[in-house]
Write a protein that binds this ligand. Structure first.
Ligand SMILES: Cc1cc2nc3c(=O)[nH]c(=O)nc-3n(C[C@H](O)[C@H](O)[C@H](O)COP(=O)(O)OP(=O)(O)OC[C@H]3O[C@@H](n4cnc5c(N)ncnc54)[C@H](O)[C@@H]3O)c2cc1C
Length: 308
């Protein structure tokens, strides 16, 4: 047996799991792309204290991975070694104090947007357009329609991968486009965001406009991971990732059921349920072709996790 499985078999003998512990669990249903290998140990976590205890006592060499709603991850077919952590319902509470919204790390972004509408707090409307949860949004510095997490971030709490408590405020973090330096080392269990007093009707209208715009420009009801590639820095290319894909004649490429959506050619449409590696291969082919045609290296926005 593997070290991580040994650890949890022992742990379960003397501790009740607050949440769920599954061994060799398929992760396909935890990714919006609908494919992916297994987690040696999957832990749906409902207790901060237990998470802290587990991360502190788990042998250091055991890998730690955190996932959110799975709207931006591709889990390779070889699966994820070690422990895969997902925060559960106990991390979905929202509070408001002096225009600061504090939400558990597993709270859906769109739920926060609607909460803000109800409380007449403006500035967070764009969250309505991002399908993940707030922990994932912070890890990705997610954004749309000209706004991103960086602009509204106030503070966060969590644990590093070895169980040390983390408290960060805005001045501690330097975000970049779709980049947070603490992603891959930290589990964000609570995130505080700064809004301002606003007019409820205007907030509602802005959220509805965001939803309408997305319905017009983005595919719905398909297996996708959102934007596959990041837009290059404007100093490198004035063209966005989808424009480079289109210009390089890559928008019509298809590989065993993997192609781009006809509505948005930076959104993968996955029509097969056999292989995540195939999606990675598709992405590599696109990167190669775009580079050959334009000299620009497209970087993945989707996070590729696990082993081949
Ligand atoms: C249809 C569609 C549309 C999308 N549109 C947008 C868009 O407009 N703008 C945009 O920015 N993104 C967009 N995305 C991508 C995605 O929704 C965002 O990146 C989102 O913030 C990911 O959140 P998640 O909970 O799904 O995280 P996951 O996909 O599960 O994970 C993404 C990353 O976040 C990390 N992570 C997750 N939870 C935590 C946590 N609690 N603590 C620490 N790290 C964590 C994971 O380790 C991983 O590295 C879209 C995706 C889809 C499918």
């Amino acid at each position: 047996m593997s070290k991580v499985i040994d650890f949890f078999k022992d742990y379960e003998l003397s501790n009740k799991i607050d949440g769920k512990l599954l061994y060799n669990q398929s992760l396909a249903k935890f990714s919006w792309l609908g494919v992916g290998g297994i987690a040696e140990v999957y832990y749906l976590c409902e207790s901060f204290q237990q998470l802290e205890e587990i991360l502190t006592s788990l042998p250091k060499e055991c890998k730690r991975t955190v996932i959110g709603q799975g709207s931006n991850i591709l889990i390779r077919d070889g699966g994820i070694k070690g422990i895969v952590i997902k925060l559960g319902k106990n991390f979905q509470k929202i509070q408001l104090l002096n225009n600061i919204i504090t939400a558990g790390g597993a709270t859906l972004d769109r739920v926060i947007a609607r909460y803000c509408e109800k409380e007449s707090i403006s500035g967070l409307e764009f969250l309505a357009g991002i399908p993940g949860n707030i922990g994932g949004a912070l890890a990705m510095n997610a954004g749309c329609f000209g706004a991103d997490l960086n602009q509204i971030f106030f503070a966060a709490e969590g644990l590093d991968y070895f169980g040390n408590k983390i408290n960060i405020s805005k001045s501690d973090l330097s975000f970049n486009y779709r980049f947070n330096p603490l992603a891959y080392t930290t589990i964000f269990t609570q995130v505080s965001l700064m809004g301002s007093e606003g007019d409820q009707l205007q907030i509602k209208k802005r959220i509805e406009k965001i939803n309408d715009d997305r319905n017009l420009t983005q595919p719905k009801g398909i297996k996708t991971g959102g934007s596959t590639f990041k837009n290059p820095d404007s100093n490198i290319s004035p063209l966005k990732a989808w424009e480079l894909i289109y210009k390089s004649d890559c928008h019509n490429i298809s590989m065993g059921g993997v192609s781009f959506s006809s509505k948005h050619c930076n959104f993968i449409e996955n029509k097969q349920n056999q292989s995540a590696n195939l999606i990675e291969d598709f992405c590599k082919l696109i990167q190669k072709n775009v580079f050959a045609k334009t000299g620009i290296k497209l970087a993945m926005e989707i996070k590729v996790l696990g082993e081949r």
